[in-house]
Design a protein around this ligand. Structure first.
Ligand SMILES: NC(=O)c1ccc[n+]([C@@H]2O[C@H](COP(=O)([O-])OP(=O)(O)OC[C@H]3O[C@@H](n4cnc5c(N)ncnc54)[C@H](OP(=O)(O)O)[C@@H]3O)[C@@H](O)[C@H]2O)c1
Length: 387
């Protein structure tokens, strides 16, 4: 059993790290934060095999706090660890600002030097991460993170203030930070060069693009357009945005097209995968009776009893018998697939077959559809023909 101490355990990185650590076997996680008495820090230090030293101030009320907390707390901890003659693994979150001549940067640089000196004297393993701006869930909005502020404000319908659209930012994502930190504990040394370690990947983005991307996430509930999740930054930023949704806004309704047959609603759209939609169909009703030249679909009956019918609209010709690839519907033959919601089963709808779906049950039929293109009413590639 390893004991892991997280200082700054109530902060943004601390909370995310604690949750990830708590999922590991044979790890006891103990925390220390501003509300704890200093005596609990010393007893924690006695126990700790690994220390993630995250406690720090970024925007203190009094400028001296940079020195007393960022530097002073580090010194207090190191002095005590030396006193009790321990050599825990220490991971400390410094900042890229440690290279700069400002009170925050200077206080972090001094903390780094204290830890390097400790490591030199005792050969205790020390890992200093010079972090750039970290983003992700649970970061305090309207404080020191533009991503948290934009996500929170946009998710909550508040205005955002963009000082300079072209301002460039370097960002790292909280889960990548946590993964890198946990790897260190497992004896996997960071790939970046000592003495300072960095979290990868780093994302470069302008303030304008950041704001536009987060606004597009909000708009996606109306446009139904799925963000480009193949982009690793978009995937991480979307998760961050969604984490700021107010608790009474997790659900939203879809625009329903209602007619005597039932209801139909589009769900998700993307230029890459087309679109998904759902329908509810009354007993005895048949939908469809059309074919497509290029559009293909998949039908999945979620609830109820249906028969999906196909008929090839291929004109008969001399070459029909020479066909390879197994039996096909000759013009006029109707193929039937009885499909029930009792089994989740996909039915492919190939082009060149007019098709329909009939509710043959006693209750409403619920079907999930996928089409490989977004419906364009002006050019829908849909031609009426009764099966
Ligand atoms: N997040 C980033 O983008 C970023 C980038 C570079 C470096 N870092 C560094 O990474 C560390 C963690 O960042 P974070 O974003 O998680 O910051 P955070 O949310 O402000 O967390 C820091 C935690 O430390 C606590 N703390 C302050 N003074 C303390 C003291 N004297 N003793 C014990 N705890 C104290 C804070 O309490 P209060 O909230 O009450 O002050 C807070 O809970 C900080 O050292 C920060 O400088 C962060």
């Amino acid at each position: 059993m390893k004991t892991v101490l997280v200082t700054g355990s109530e902060g943004f990185i601390g909370k995310n790290l604690r949750v990830a650590l708590s999922r590991l076997d044979d790890i006891k996680v103990i925390g220390f934060d501003i509300g704890d008495h200093i005596s609990s820090l010393t007893s924690n230090l006695k126990e700790a095999d690994v220390i993630y030293h995250l406690a720090g101030v970024n925007r203190p009320e009094r400028i001296e706090e940079f020195q007393t907390v960022n530097t002073g707390l580090t010194q207090t901890m190191v002095s005590f660890i030396q006193e009790i003659n321990k050599k825990p693994i220490i991971v400390m979150t410094s900042s890229v600002q440690a290279e700069l001549d400002n009170p925050y940067g200077i206080s972090k640089k001094k903390a780094e030097d204290i830890l390097f000196e400790f490591s030199r004297k005792t050969s205790a393993p020390v890992y200093i991460y010079r972090l750039t701006n970290v983003f992700g869930k649970w970061c305090r909005p309207n404080y020191n993170s533009v991503v948290a502020t934009f996500c929170y404000n946009i998710a909550n319908g508040l205005d955002i203030n963009i000082s300079d659209r072209n301002k460039e930012l370097d960002l790292v994502y909280i889960d990548d930070v946590v993964t890198a930190f946990i790897r260190v504990m497992g004896g996997k040394h960071p790939s970046s060069e000592a003495p300072f370690f960095h979290v990868e990947p780093t994302f470069h983005v302008t303030l304008g693009t950041l704001a536009d991307t987060i606004c597009s996430f909000k708009e996606s509930r109306n446009s139904l357009m799925v963000p480009t999740f193949s982009d690793p930054f978009v995937r991480r930023l979307y998760a961050t945005y969604i984490s700021y949704l107010p608790i009474d806004s997790f659900s939203y309704s879809l625009k329903q097209e209602i007619d005597p047959r039932g209801e139909l609603a589009e769900l998700l759209k993307s230029p890459h995968f087309g679109q998904m939609f759902v329908s509810r169909t009354r007993p005895g009703i048949t939908r469809g009776n059309h074919y497509h030249d290029t559009k293909v679909e998949k039908f999945v009956v979620l609830d109820g009893e249906s028969v999906i019918r196909f008929r090839s609209i291929r004109p008969e010709g001399r070459d029909q018998r020479a066909e390879v690839g197994g039996p096909r519907s000759e013009g006029g033959d109707v193929i039937e697939y009885p499909v029930s919601g009792r089994e989740f089963r996909v039915v492919d709808i190939p082009p060149g077959y007019t098709h329909s779906i009939e509710n043959v049950g006693k209750k409403d039929l619920i079907v999930l559809f996928w089409a490989n293109e977004i419906l364009d009413p002006a050019s829908s590639d849909t031609y009426y023909e009764k099966v």
